[in-house]
Design a protein. Structure first.
Lengths: 454, 164
């Protein structure tokens, strides 16, 4: 198939298929789910042979369905678009404009790791969920495709097709951070959940000892409850295992982590909407903090916070974090962020946490901080500001205060809580003008006649 | 220097009000709901005749009258201003809000008009950015003004387009 891309060059691009093993991998998941649904109860009712037969029929059905799905799924790069068609019953053709590409992530669940395959997930702005997971490709194909997509996304329309299409040599990457697994485990032990666990166990044991009865249901429910409580820290450890961060030759961030499911995410620096730093109470003894990247399009998957790939640093000391922030937002020194507190009368609204509130301007970012026990700081580069809002509630009006929000495309807005009203207007005006100046260099070509042309 | 939550920068920004006809629309909506609720209460009164029904009717009517005054003031509180680089929208009485949205950040513009709004020759223009929180909605615009605003916003948006 021959197509012409916007640059005018003719590209020969066949429609490609996913890896032939993908239906099997997809099928394996569904079969596991179905077998679990059929459960032991069915097994005891119908006998082993019947059960095996049912499972076999279901398995064949699933695999056939997956194969049909595989046959109908294809992708191709046309110009500056990635086109994906899939669906068995409902056919779907999607064209993804690559200039809207935010990040590309390579995920390898356990089964995929065993078979040497990977899933490629594209995060596109505006998508409510991850657009176009291409599952599965070989690692090599996936890496090559990712490089290509990012290269296409990064260049302007007039530039020519890049000469090299192969994957960049990993040796050229400049490693930035490696989080030691010991620190990671310790950090997750220093969470409220882990702290309450011994208490919970002691309480339950005590109860059982006093009552003198060890019922099976009681123990089972206790174990389930414990597992539920512990799930988040354990999941965190599994997900953030062997966390590594590097700058690739093009200056993008390459993030790798995960134990059972490894993830490998490449984030162009100009896609970073905001950076958040969190100092949890229990980590203070170690002087640790957590850094978060807000990227547009890393849409909230169901399961919320833990599923999202937005870590910049799962745990680290201040020096590491300072170095990282400098890498991601050049010119921003985490140690030199001065903030000014709201006026004294704001204590009527924040009786305890007044001292922890503050906002500040640096030449590059808008800084806001809050939180007494878990201290948080939020850095929004002016160039990424979407809008500025000033909100004044009834109590604030009494006190002559107002809150200023600096909205970004993703994540929580930077907020200057309970500032003096006159100062709030000044802040809003300052934010708007700084955002305008920060955008300026990225606004080429627009002479007045540009949009009047037919 | 006096500072008012609803009119910042009075010397540099020229605020434009929304059409007063929006008051009528809002009042019709508010009163039709009240009438429905009161009708329900009257049915109850006829069937049962307890004094509590009278109380209910009284409360609903009092609420409707009170809210009508609020509506009038709330509509007068809406305002917008076009500056060189950004659109300002202010609204709200109890919680006062002002949004500053740069044209360059515009993703798309919505112009909507419900049946009642259409009957009174009004339309709502809403500017969307990539941030879900930005809230730049201007109700109660005459269709000509809505179309002008839409065209101007799109033109400026294209001109300065960057989006993210």
């Amino acid at each position: 198939m021959t197509t012409t891309d916007p640059a005018g060059t003719t590209v020969d691009e066949p429609r490609r298929r996913l890896h032939p093993l993908s239906p099997v991998l997809h099928g394996a998941k569904s079969i596991a789910v179905i077998v679990a649904a059929l459960s032991w109860q069915t097994l005891s009712q119908v006998g082993v042979e019947r059960f095996a037969l049912v499972v076999l029929v279901v398995a064949v059905g699933v695999v056939v369905f997956s194969i049909v799905g595989w046959l109908t799924t294809g992708y191709q790069v046309v110009g500056r678009e990635l086109r994906i068609s899939d669906g068995v019953v409902w056919r779907r053709n999607r064209a993804i404009p690559l200039e809207r590409l935010q990040t590309v992530e390579l995920r390898r669940p356990l089964l995929a790791q065993l078979t040497g395959l990977a899933e490629l997930r594209l995060e596109v702005i505006g998508g409510g969920k991850t657009e176009a997971p291409l599952a599965y490709l070989t690692v090599r194909e996936a890496t090559a495709l990712r490089e290509r997509l990012l290269a296409l996304a990064g260049r302007t329309q007039s530039e020519a097709e890049p000469a090299t299409e192969g994957p960049a040599a990993p040796a050229l990457e400049r490693p930035l951070v490696r989080v030691s697994n010991r620190d990671l485990v310790v950090s997750q032990l220093l969470t409220p959940q882990a702290f309450f666990l011994p208490l919970g166990v002691a309480f339950v044991v005590l109860q059982f000892v006093l009552e003198g009865s060890w019922t099976f249901v009681g123990i089972a429910s206790t174990v389930t409850a414990m597992a539920g409580v512990l799930l988040q820290p354990v999941r965190r450890v599994l997900q953030d295992w062997d966390f590594r961060l590097a700058r690739d030759p093009e200056g993008r961030l390459a993030v790798r982590y995960g134990l059972l499911e490894t993830r490998n995410q490449v984030v162009p620096l100009n896609r970073v909407q905001a950076v958040g730093a969190t100092w949890p109470l229990l980590w203070r003894g170690q002087g640790w903090l957590h850094l978060r990247l807000d990227i547009a399009g890393n849409a909230g998957e169901p399961g919320g916070d833990s599923k999202r790939s937005d870590r910049l640093l799962p745990v680290g000391d201040f020096a590491t974090a300072r170095g990282l922030v400098w890498e991601v937002l050049p010119g921003v020194d985490l140690a030199a962020l001065a903030t000014s507190p709201p006026p004294r009368r704001a204590r009527w609204l924040n009786p305890i946490s007044l001292r922890s509130l503050g906002v500040g301007f640096t030449p590059e970012v808008f800084v806001s901080r809050w939180g007494l026990l878990t201290r948080e700081m939020h850095l929004v580069p002016y160039a990424r500001l979407q809008s500025v809002r000033v909100v004044q509630g009834p109590l604030q009006r009494r006190l002559g205060l107002a809150t200023v929000y600096a909205d970004t495309a993703r994540g929580r807005a930077g907020q200057a809580k309970d500032r003096d009203l006159a100062e709030a207007w000044a802040l809003a005006a300052e934010l708007a003008s700084r955002a305008r100046k920060a955008r300026k260099p990225e606004e080429p070509l627009k002479d007045e006649a540009y949009w009047q042309k037919p | 220097m006096t500072v008012d939550a609803l009119t910042p920068w009075p010397d540099t920004v020229e605020w434009r009000p929304v059409s007063p006809k929006l008051i009528t629309v809002e009042l019709i909506v508010r009163w039709s709901w009240s009438v429905i609720v009161v009708a329900g209460l009257v049915v109850g009164l006829v069937l049962q005749g307890h004094w509590l029904w009278w109380l209910g009717i009284g409360l609903v009517l009092a609420n409707a009258i009170w809210r009508s005054f609020v509506t009038v003031r709330a509509v007068r509180a809406w305002g917008y201003a076009e500056r060189d680089q950004d659109l300002l929208v202010r609204h709200g009485l109890l919680v006062r809000r002002l949004s500053i949205v740069p044209y360059a950040r515009m993703q798309f513009v919505d112009v909507t008009a419900g049946p009642l709004e259409r009957a009174f020759g009004l339309a709502t223009v809403q500017l969307h950015t990539a941030a879900a929180a930005s809230d730049a909605r201007i109700p109660g615009l005459p269709p000509a003004e809505a179309a002008r605003l839409r065209d101007r916003l799109t033109a400026l948006g294209e001109d300065r387009a960057e989006g993210l």
